[in-house]
Design a protein around this ligand. Structure first.
Ligand code: ADP
Ligand code: MG
Length: 782
């Protein structure tokens, strides 16, 4: 057998040189067919079809086919079903290789995987099931019908088309020995092509009686294409994307597991693993893709042994990385800043208002940091409108007055621009030079860069472009980051890699419960602005059903008559075309139907940034009365004369996001009005609208949002890269998080820079995921 296999490989190799089907007497294609049978190699369908077509293929098609075949044989496909055992694989393949290196992944499948954020073999292996279904209990169709998930097995017998108001609805009828059940396929007409009569399927869903017949409209299915198929009784269900079937995804994961699983070593030190009885990593990974019946009840609660082990690991690495970073930063000695209090007093006196008590408190904390001789590394939290920017500017002035430069980073160009417009004006009177640096290329940009390097610009406001290598500061003393939720641990570290290690102040309007903040931002000190400036009136919020849109726009009209401006916000939908048509429609209506005599403009994420900036600037200068926007205006924009905001399809936004949005209005001395237009009558929507109408406290809203939607969606953190957890969820798993923090402390007490041999795996993994760990006592000498 082995010899046959070797010979087959050789012949494929030779045929790859010739491509004439003549490597073997009687034809290469015939030989290949014979060998596939003889060695019972389970070749994927696509390849089998190609075997027959081989003689007719073009040379390049032949080459590709042969290459696929070779990798397929190499990847060690056997005919027996997947054995869930971490048996030593023949050879292990690097986890960072592209999914393209997995057999069965061509350009099309690669795109599909990318849509699921799967790029490497590692991503694929760590793409864990959404949930698990018990398919061990297949029941007769005669017995279905209850409120729980049930599974039947049957054959497709026919398709039916039922006339409805919206067209013809597809029903697919399935039958077993005991009866029939219909699959009601709303918007899933394509199923007619897949579930053709005669197909045998495994069907899981919620079944009910309708007009005396059994049916289901909420179901998942799996086609059973050969009798001897082994389906596992506990079925992992994965998040899928258009065109990618469960079956295909599972087979790709299995292929990746076979060759790459052994690469994943345990990073949790053995004593800790034993203390908590944590499963070993490769076993845990396998268990999640091939669960055993005994763990079923725990799996959907995220409490199986395998899940706990992997969650613990994620938290441990995360906690360690934050703590190590903190150690490193604290070890830095810097020149204490000499505070020019007289200047600051003068500056504060010139402000048209008094600082709030909370602002004074935080400024004090910052002063203490700056004079201490160690680095500041501080998170400044505060609801929208609490006056964070001003606090940061005062910090910046201290630095500038001490002869150093400040970089202030905003998440978008619009915001950078706005900060710039505002502060360059104000600070000019105090003899401070402010510069703007965003992406793109221009002559002015080169000039600014030069001025920065010469130290002629004191405060540089910009976007992530400030992090680029070509930006060299003369003496960078402080970095301010606005709206930190787009700014993860990795970026924080990147800053420190710049030649000079500056103080860091991060501002965030995202209210996070304090205990959680301590663990999530364990590398930062935290200040909170828990008080709003006096005289600030809360934005009045009302909620209307979409049908009452006319009322909403009448309100807008009355603000315009007073010479004020308005925002109309539409949800940004991922699929770009949809987004545009939606916003465009609203824009068209406002412009032509509702406010033909006002200046209405449209702004959205797809516009070139130059144009966006242009529109924003005109809006803030009063040249535009109504700005129709997607959520690009979400953060930070400050237009004191804009006091009314209509939010279309408010039900599509998270509460925290709605709160951020309405924070854009009522920033002057006028009372702001926010009109939420929602669609849908569900209780959930009603409740959310109610919360928005009744509450103005960002922290409270955050908590409610958290309860309803979970942390990931709410903070947008999962996408932002701050929390790169696969399985762990700090809110759900906070008990494990606490333990992991404890253990991280023990480890570091003993070995602060992870230098001991037994901690090398941990160190390597942290460096791979987060940042380099320096072994020096001091990062820089002051
Ligand atoms: P945040 O960034 O926290 O949302 P900003 O710093 O942008 O808030 O401040 C919002 C508005 O409040 C700005 O127009 C600012 O000038 C003003 N402001 C800041 N501090 C005070 C204060 N103590 N009293 C009155 N207004 C203030
Ligand atoms: Mg702000």
């Amino acid at each position: 057998m082995e010899m046959d296999r070797e010979r087959l490989k050789k012949i494929i190799e030779q045929e790859s040189q010739r491509l004439d089907n003549q490597t073997v007497f009687g034809g290469f294609d015939q030989y290949l067919k014979k060998m596939i049978q003889k060695l019972s190699i389970s070749v994927p369908e696509e390849l089998l079809i190609d075997v027959d077509r081989y003689p007719q293929m073009s040379n390049s098609a032949k080459s590709i086919f042969l290459r696929d075949l070779e990798t397929y044989l190499k990847d060690g496909h056997q005919s027996q079903p997947f054995t869930p055992q971490p048996s030593p694989p023949t050879k292990s393949v690097d986890s960072q290789l592209s999914v393209r290196t997995i057999n069965g992944v061509g350009p099309v499948v690669e795109k599909q995987l990318n849509r699921l954020n799967i790029y490497t073999r590692e991503d694929l292996i760590f793409y864990f099931p959404r949930l698990y279904q018990d398919r061990g209990q297949i029941i007769p169709i005669a017995k279905v019908g209850s409120s729980v998930l049930q599974t039947v097995m049957g054959m497709v017998v026919r398709h039916e088309r039922i006339a409805t108001r919206r067209g013809r609805l597809l029903k697919i009828v399935i039958q077993d020995k005991t009866g029939q059940v219909s699959l009601v396929c709303f918007n899933r007409d394509f199923l007619a092509r897949i579930l053709t009569p005669g197909k045998k399927i495994l069907l899981t869903g919620f079944f009910q009686m309708a007009y005396g017949k059994k049916e289901t409209s909420r179901f998942e299915y799996e086609i059973i294409d050969s009798e001897d198929i082994q389906f596992e009784s506990i079925l992992p269900v994965y998040g899928l994307t258009d065109g990618l079937t469960t079956k295909k995804l599972r087979s790709l994961i299995d292929t990746a597991l076979k060759t790459t699983l052994s690469v994943f070593q345990d990073t949790i030190p053995q004593p800790i693993r034993e203390k908590y009885h944590l499963q070993r990593k490769p076993e845990a990974i396998l268990e999640l893709h091939h669960p055993s019946r005994s763990s079923f009840s725990e799996l959907n609660k995220h409490r199986s042994r395998s899940q706990i082990a992997l969650i613990f690991e994620e938290f441990l690495l995360f906690a360690l990385s934050l703590k190590v970073r903190r150690h490193q930063i604290q070890a830095c000695r810097v020149q204490p800043i000499v505070l020019d209090r007289k200047f600051i007093d003068h500056f504060v006196q010139k402000l048209p208002f008094e600082l709030t008590f909370a602002q004074k408190k935080v400024i004090k904390q910052i002063e203490n940091n700056l004079t201490s001789g160690s680095l500041m590394n501080r998170l400044l939290q505060g609801d929208v409108g609490s006056g964070k920017t001003l606090v940061a500017i005062i910090g910046a002035l201290y630095i500038v007055k001490a002869g150093q430069q400040v970089a202030m980073m905003a998440p978008t160009e619009i915001l950078a621009d706005q900060h710039y417009l505002r502060w360059s004006q104000v600070l000019k009177d105090f003899g401070i030079e402010v510069g703007l640096l965003t992406g793109g290329q221009s002559k002015e940009k080169d000039e600014i860069i030069e001025k920065i390097s010469e130290g002629k610009v004191h405060l540089v406001i910009g976007t992530h472009a400030l992090l680029e290598d070509y930006v060299q500061f003369n003496q960078l003393g402080l970095v301010i980051v606005d709206e930190q939720h787009r700014f993860g641990v990795k970026q924080r570290s990147r800053l420190k890699e710049k030649a000079v290690v500056p103080h860091l102040l991060v501002m965030s309007a995202t209210p996070i419960p304090r205990t959680l903040a301590l663990t999530l931002y364990g590398d930062l000190d935290i200040s909170v602005l828990d008080e709003k400036p006096v005289g600030r009136k809360p934005v009045e919020t009302v909620a209307f059903s979409m049908k009452e849109q006319a009322q909403a726009f009448q309100q807008v009209g009355s603000f315009l008559e007073k010479g004020q401006q308005a925002f109309v916000v539409c949800p940004a939908i991922e699929e770009s075309d949809l987004e545009l048509s939606n916003v465009n429609e609203v824009y068209g209506q406002l412009k032509n139907k509702w406010f033909p005599r006002s200046r209405v403009e449209l702004i959205h994420g797809k516009l070139p940034s130059k144009e966006k900036d242009d529109i924003m600037i005109r809006f803030s200068r009063g040249g535009i009365q109504i700005l129709v926007a997607t959520s690009v205006i979400e953060v930070g924009i400050d237009v004191p004369n804009a006091n009314v905001m209509v939010i279309e399809n408010a039900e599509r936004f998270g509460l925290a996001q709605l709160h951020q949005l309405r924070g854009r209005i009522g920033r002057g001395d006028q009372v702001g009005l926010c009109v939420l237009l929602y669609q849908g009558k569900s209780q959930d929507i009603q409740k959310r609208m109610e919360i928005m109408v009744n509450t103005d406290d960002g922290f409270l809203i955050a908590e409610e949002d958290l309860k309803m939607r979970g942390p990931g969606e709410f903070y947008g953190v999962r996408q932002s890269g701050i929390l790169e957890f696969h399985l762990a969820d700090p809110f759900r798993d906070w008990k494990i998080l606490e333990k992991a923090h404890e253990e991280a402390n023990f480890i570091l007490q003993d070995d602060p820079r992870l230098q001991k041999p037994e901690n090398q795996i941990l160190k390597k993994e942290i460096e791979r995921r987060f940042f380099q760990i320096s072994s020096d006592e001091l990062l820089i000498e002051a």
